[in-house]
Design a protein around this ligand. Structure first.
Ligand code: NAP
Length: 323
């Protein structure tokens, strides 16, 4: 496993990392959650992603219990959480990035994670109701108070990220160092076009999510919805249109041929493709069982096989279905 700088910051993260959305607290209990983290760690993963809203705080609890049992040295791993949607009801508890919610929220996450600080904290979505300056000051103060080390955004527009960075620059505050966008073979525009000026101008790094498009890029949805898959979960029905999209599943069939020729699985090819982008600091992988983690981590062995010729074949296979 190689380790890449998180944008222009000095923090180094493993090029593949591991996240707990959907799975922790819904599909995985404490033991399985810990086994998945251990499998990722054994492959060299040092970054574990979480969010306040995942399973309404349960995901942070499970990760906290796992970290306690695994007892890795704190310096050796990076943990993140994210804020926006909230987990309790009230005018300052939902869909906000105001100062009151953020500074209260991080203390709750630290309690659930059983940590003194998180390494990375994200504003999970932009908040049109809170002045950007208030959010930037709150993130700065969160760091100054020792609750977090670095901060960033998730699914903010390039203009919003630039706006936050400029406020921090003007007031000598902690700047956002990272954005967390969706990025996979079918979802590319934002990372490749909208954010393009940000990489050089302000040195934003990327921790990218849903590299397998929720499992579509494993090929498992080509013949319908497997009963033990994310697509079969009642809460995940909003994904079904994409998971069963015929054109995308035809492209998956073409990609599978490329994977077979390279001697790897489709999932490994799709993950390696994300990691091939030099602006990506880390590809956050997800898994519902340890065997998937083991398979997915071998994607790093596929990276050197992605020659210009192979990349051109991948482009051709996904032409017309990538957005
Ligand atoms: N910032 C944000 O807004 C945001 C949004 C989403 C995710 N994230 C982060 O990104 C992480 C990854 O996202 P994701 O879980 O959507 O990633 P993904 O790689 O697109 O999907 C992971 C899911 O695909 C299936 N899968 C994974 N490997 C497989 C394999 N080798 N063979 C067959 N099936 C496999 C598993 O689901 P089943 O086995 O259940 O089918 C697994 O849970 C999350 O955990 C979270 O940390 C962030």
């Amino acid at each position: 496993m190689d380790y890449r700088r998180l944008g222009r910051s000095g923090l180094k993260v493993s090029e593949l990392s591991f996240g707990s959305w959907v799975t922790y607290g819904n599909q995985l209990d404490g033991n399985a959650a810990r086994e998945c983290m251990a499998a990722a760690w054994d492959a060299g993963v040092n970054f574990f992603d979480n969010a306040q809203v995942y399973a309404a705080g349960k995901s942070e609890e499970l990760m906290g219990e796992a970290l306690k049992k695994l007892a890795w040295p704190r310096l050796k791993y990076v943990v993140s959480t994210k804020f926006f949607w909230g987990i309790t009801d009230g005018p300052n508890e939902r869909n906000t990035l105001n100062r009151k919610y953020l500074l209260d929220g991080v203390d709750g996450s630290l309690r659930r994670l059983q940590l003194d600080f998180v390494d990375l904290v994200y504003c999970h979505r932009p908040d049109p109701d809170t002045p950007l300056e208030e959010t930037v000051w709150a993130m700065h103060d969160m760091i100054e108070r020792g609750r977090a080390l670095y901060w960033g955004t998730s699914e903010w527009s390039a203009a919003e990220i630039m706006g936050a960075w400029e406020i921090a620059e003007r007031h000598h505050l902690r700047k956002p160092v990272v954005e967390q966008p969706e990025y996979n073979l079918f979802h590319r525009e934002r990372v490749e076009k909208e954010y393009a000026p940000l990489y050089d101008e302000i040195g934003i790094g990327l921790t990218t999510w849903s590299p397998l498009a929720s499992g579509l890029l494993t090929g498992k949805y080509r013949d319908g919805i497997p009963p033990d898959s994310r697509g079969a979960m009642p809460r995940m029905q909003f994904l079904l249109k994409d998971l069963t999209d015929q054109a995308k599943n035809r492209a998956v069939g073409e990609l599978d041929k490329v994977a077979k020729e390279l001697g790897c699985t489709l999932a490994q090819l799709a993950l390696a493709w994300c990691a091939k982008n030099p602006h990506v600091s880390t590809v956050i992988t997800g898994a519902s069982r340890p065997a998937q983690v083991k398979e997915n981590m071998k994607a790093i062995e596929v990276l050197p096989k992605l020659t210009a010729q192979v990349m051109a074949r991948i482009e051709a296979a996904t032409a017309g279905v990538a957005g």
